[in-house]
Structures are given as structure tokens and as C-alpha cells.
Design a protein. Structure first.
Length: 78
């Protein structure tokens, strides 16, 4: 992405060169962040349901906390 921004400053390159690609990249990044947030919410909701119906115990360490999930890549175990 940095090379795209540098190329746009070069002489003879139109100002809007690569704009569509940069917009798609930004959209993809937003989608990934939103998806990660949704997955954390789904996990918390399902975990709560599991505890409500006594399908899950509440053992310490059985689930990662939200701080651990945010700091690590989403697909680390894939």
C-alpha cells in the first residue's frame, strides 16, 4: 500500500491512480474487523446459553478472554 501512495506522488501519474484498489482494501479491512467483533459476540452469547442450560461448566481458562482474542490473529489455529 505504501508503494501505491508513493506512486501517486510521482510526476506524470494521475492523482486518482489506484483509488479504487485503496478503497477496496479499506473496505476489506473494515469487514475483517467487523467479522472479528461479530465472532466474539457470538462466542459470548453461545457461551452464556451453554451456561444457562447447564451444558457448560464455568471452569477458569475454559475460554480465552476478549483481550487475548483482540491481540492475536483471528485465524491462528486454522
Amino acid at each position: 500500500m505504501e508503494s501505491m501512495l508513493l506512486a501517486r506522488r510521482a510526476d506524470g501519474v494521475e492523482m486518482f491512480t489506484g483509488q479504487t484498489a485503496l478503497m477496496r482494501l479499506a473496505k476489506a479491512q473494515r469487514t475483517l474487523i467487523e467479522s472479528q467483533n461479530d465472532m466474539m459476540r457470538v462466542h459470548e452469547e453461545l457461551r452464556g446459553i451453554g451456561q444457562d442450560v447447564k451444558a457448560l461448566g464455568d471452569e477458569p481458562g475454559s475460554c480465552p478472554n476478549a483481550a487475548e482474542l483482540v491481540g492475536e490473529p483471528l485465524l491462528r489455529s486454522a
